[in-house]
Ligand binder design. Sequence first.
Ligand code: FAD
Length: 459
Amino acid sequence: MASARIVIVKSRLLAGLRAALGDRHVTTDPERLASVEVDWTRRFRGRALALVRPGTTDEVVATVRACADARIPLVPQGGNTGLVGGGVPHEAVVLSTARLTAVEPATVDGQVTVGAGTTLASVQEHARMAGWAFGVDFAARDSATIGGMVATNAGGVNVLRYGAMRQQVVGLEAVLADGSVISRTSGLLKDNTGYDLAGLLVGSEGTLGVVTRARLRLVPPLPRRAVALLALTDASAAVTLAAELRRRLPSLLAAELFTDAGLRLVLDHARLAPPFATHAPVYLLVECGETEQDPSDSLAAALDAAGFDGDALLEADADARERLWQYRERHTEAINAEGVPHKLDVTLPLDRLAAFLGRVEGVVDAAAPGTRTYLFGHVGDGNVHVNLVGPSSEDEAADDAVLRLVLELGGSISAEHGIGRAKARWLAADRGRPDLAAMRAIKRALDPDGILNPGVLFG
Ligand SMILES: Cc1cc2nc3c(=O)[nH]c(=O)nc-3n(C[C@H](O)[C@H](O)[C@H](O)COP(=O)(O)OP(=O)(O)OC[C@H]3O[C@@H](n4cnc5c(N)ncnc54)[C@H](O)[C@@H]3O)c2cc1C
């Protein structure tokens, strides 16, 4: 009886969605659903009832209302590059933002309004064409969307200079669980009129509303660049040097760390030549940017002043810089090719980062012997990506050991990827009961029936 009722509810829902969006943009074809039912790492899998692709905010409203009326969960999905299983549906309708890609011309004061489905790469290109730049960048730029980046408060390689997504958002338009549209996209830089709803949606991982448009701040372009790859004896030396360069180099844009284990994987996977004649335990990659002057000399001088005397490559030419970045940027795909990874994206206070890096592999080994651990990340922000390959998708013994160590050292269990489903179990331990209760109260107030992305954040 109950299952007959569910079938009727679903078929009514699909009929309603088709009437609102048109047959072409609502599908239940298993072949087309397959790609939205699994995450980028292949660790998280689920089942979608349907995939819908609204092309306007009104169509998003119709989709949300139809799901709310049928009490069927809705999962927003952008580029599906998220790394915490937050966009994977479980008996839910997937709302793809792929058609929400309208971009308005950049304003003279450096802001741009874009549809939630616009990729990071197209925002960067649009900014470039208008004589500006966008302050967020990372390797998934061709697929990650602005909606997903807002929802996860994405970070990337330039956070130490420009901040994460939260700092780029000037205003948002979003559809709430009852179908109402909140919108504040006029670009006011000063606007103290009560609760900052856009700020609340940033990092909400699709649990409070579907972001449909974002107004973003742009930054002045820094066309003169220099990149250095530095070989170091240990993680502690890399952390100290990154901090020194931060103090000495106002032009610093990025400070990224990786270890020799990760580099060897990248060399194999991407068939790249090793950067130096001999391998080193740890590498630091730094980038500086200026408007007019080549920053190579000031970077070299800062390295000297910081007492660095190891192997180094310093490049200002665009192709050569790109070659150096490959050693860092190809880590994620190389690790994915090695196996289905457990990805733990954590931040430590900078004065405890070296201690964490020194202890983490031992902790993993004790919890799950034989696990291969690959460490890389945005060392300038205290942010390390701990990648574990070996344990089955369900075996979380090593994950738990790493997250325990993070909390013991006063860090955060999520730096920039979010909580999703992967870390929902750990949220209370990190944030504490009062924070969690406040978050649940907000969720209940805005989505009392739990339609939007159930299971994400709160488990
Ligand atoms: C190679 C690689 C490198 C990466 N590097 C970085 C990095 O340096 N820094 C970083 O922060 N992340 C990084 N990521 C992770 C990922 O790219 C980001 O989390 C990104 O923000 C996800 O965007 P997306 O469009 O793919 O979102 P999805 O994966 O589709 O969704 C992610 C979450 O956002 C929600 N969501 C998506 N769209 C919307 C919307 N319109 N409204 C409301 N909720 C929505 C989903 O429900 C889900 O919970 C990387 C990923 C890869 C594969």
